[in-house]
Write a protein that binds this ligand. Sequence first.
Ligand code: UT7
Length: 317
Amino acid sequence: MSFSVLGTGMYVPPNIVTNDDISKFVDTNDEWVMQRVGVKQRHFSINETTDEMGYKAALAALENSGVKAEEIDLILAASISGESISPSVSCMIQNRLGVSCMTMDVSAACAAFVFLLETAAGFFARGKAKKVLIVGAERLSRILDWEDRGTCVIFADGAGAVVLGEGDSYIDSIFDVRGGSDVIDIPQDIGKSPFYEGTQKKPFIHMAGQETFKFAVNAICHDTTKILERQGLSFEDIQYIVPHQANKRIIDFASVKLKLPQEKFYVNIERYGNTSSASIPIALDEMNRKGMLHKGDLLLLPAFGGGLASATCLLKW
Ligand code: UT7
C-alpha cells in the first residue's frame, strides 16, 4: 500500500515581477536571464507569509480532491523560507485550516517535494494515515541577496499542494544526499551568544551556480534512467518528466543527454521562476487543471538542490 494523488492545488502571490523590474536593483537584463535561466517573470509576495501561501495552495488542493480538511490525518510541509523555525510551516497550515491532525516539516530544500512523498508513503504503508496533505511553500524573496545577480533573478515565491489517499501510485524512488555547504548554503543568523566566536555569513542563498548546474543535470539523467531500469520500463512508457524548475537550461541539457524531445518535460519556469519545494506541485497542478494527466499515466519527478540532495520518484497518476 502506498498512495494515489486525489487532488492538486497551487497559489502564487499576485505581484508579478519581470526581469526589467529586477534590472532596477541589480546589473542584469531580460536577454541574459531568458538565455541563461529561462525565466521571464516570477511572483514575489508583498504581504503574504510562507504559510499563508501554503494554506491557500492547500485549500485549492482540498477543493480539487473533494476531501474535507477534517478528513486529513497528516500534514507534511517543506520550506526553506518559513518566517519561523517554530511553529513550523506545517503547524501554521494546520492552524489556518482549523484542524488537529499530526503535522511535520521535512527539510530538503529544492528536492523536498519527493522527500515529502516518500515520508507520506511510509505513513500509508504502516496504516497510520488514510488522507495526507502535502505542501511545498516558499517566500524565497525573504532569503535572497538582492545584491547578488546570480541568485535574485532565479528564485521566486509560491506554493503547491497535493492531497493523497490510499492507493498504489507511488512506484519507486531514488535518493542521493552529498551533505556539505560548499555548493549551496543558506545560513541562519548566528545569534548573539556572548560565548560563541563564529563569524556571520549573510543569511541568504549562497550558490555556486555551475557546480549546482552539473549536479542537477547528472541527477536528472542518472536517477530517471536508474528507476526505469529497475522497473523494466523505458522513457517511451513515461508520459511526462516533471522536473524541479531550477533553470530551463538544466532541463534542456538533460533532454539532450537523455536523447528525449523537450515535449517530454513539463516546463513552466518562464512564468514562475524557481520556487524550490513548491515547483513540482505547482507544475502538477497546472498539468492537472489543463487536463494533461490521465489515470494510469506514468510520471517521473526529478528534484535536486541544496544539501546537496537529489530525489526522483516514479508516480502513476
Ligand atoms: O533550485 C536549486 C538548484 N539551483 C540551480 O539548479 C541553479 C543552477 N545554476 C544555474 O542555474 C546557473 O549556473 C546560473 C543561472 C546561476 C548562472 O548561469 P551561468 O551560465 O552558470 O553563469 P555564470 O555564473 O558562469 O556567469 C557568466 C557571466 C558572468 O560574467 P563574466 O564573469 O563572464 O563577465 C556573470 O557575472 O554572466 C554574468 N552574470 C550575469 N549577467 C547578467 C551572472 N548573473 C547575471 C545576471 N545578469 N543575472
